[in-house]
Design a protein around this ligand. Sequence first.
Ligand SMILES: C[S@@+](CC[C@H](N)C(=O)[O-])C[C@H]1O[C@@H](n2cnc3c(N)ncnc32)[C@H](O)[C@@H]1O
Length: 296
Amino acid sequence: MMACMRVGIIAAILVLAYGELGYARAQYSFGPRPDNGIVVPYEPTPDNVVEGMLKLGAVGPDDYLIDLGSGDGRIVITAAKTFGARGLGVDLNPDLVNRSLANARAAGVSDRATFRQEDIFLTDLSRADIITMFLFPQINLKLRPKLLELKPGTRVVSHFHDMADWRPDASQKIQTTEHYGDTWIFLWYVPAKVEGDWQWMAQRGGVVQRHVLTLRQKFQAVEGSIATESQRPIEIRDAKLQGSHLTFWVPIRDAGRTARWDFQGEANGDAIVGNDSTGSALGRTEEPWRATRVRQ
Ligand SMILES: C[S@@+](CC[C@H](N)C(=O)[O-])C[C@H]1O[C@@H](n2cnc3c(N)ncnc32)[C@H](O)[C@@H]1O
């Protein structure tokens, strides 16, 4: 008798679950799906983690934020209400979109927090200064090429899942105040594309020489060397690329001593504009630095 009841209960659960799944598929059917039909279920980011994500992304009043898979709208609404930003949330689930619109009205931020039903793979992200997400690892990876095409310096903040070999620029462990324990949040800056040979003219040892900086790049990790007509290539040191801002230095001989030659500049298309400085603790000379890409 008990066994029959158990089988009956299991059968009822299966029918209900299958019905729910069928309903979800019918409701969110947008034709062939670029995410291979993987639907990330709704699970809200705890409020203190939302706050942590927005702080890690340094969200401010000048920012336009897009939350990919926005659930009840809490990330976009908090960005607008607490951090003064504007934003958009997109979600496949129309009930969650309606709930978000109502939550934004209740929070008094309807003019700055908007929501629409849309597949995240179809959303135009070009306007975003910051993208937030709490999805699945395989969805993050499918989004990655699209994120890497965004304007350099765009911030991407993910709750829980990282971006595989695109290492985060910063990460933080946060203790949640809700049903699960510690969690992680990750921040990336979309890196400018700086790979290639960059050339400029500069005076070294009393003569003006052509300098060639050769850069190799994997996401934001950059390495390379500087060559002149009279010197063998010197490996660059401590290269750092954050968005479009590039910094590195090379060791040089200056008046018989070893000194640093520091570079910093903004990469924009085929130009890097900034300055370089040479010298030691005894004194430094700073000059404008403008390099042009001659080979990608
Ligand atoms: C884990 S929840 C995160 C909700 C919210 N971002 C938060 O952190 O509280 C993921 C959300 O993504 C939505 N979602 C999943 N796949 C999607 C897709 N391809 N396009 C749009 N939304 C999607 C789900 O409906 C769900 O609301």
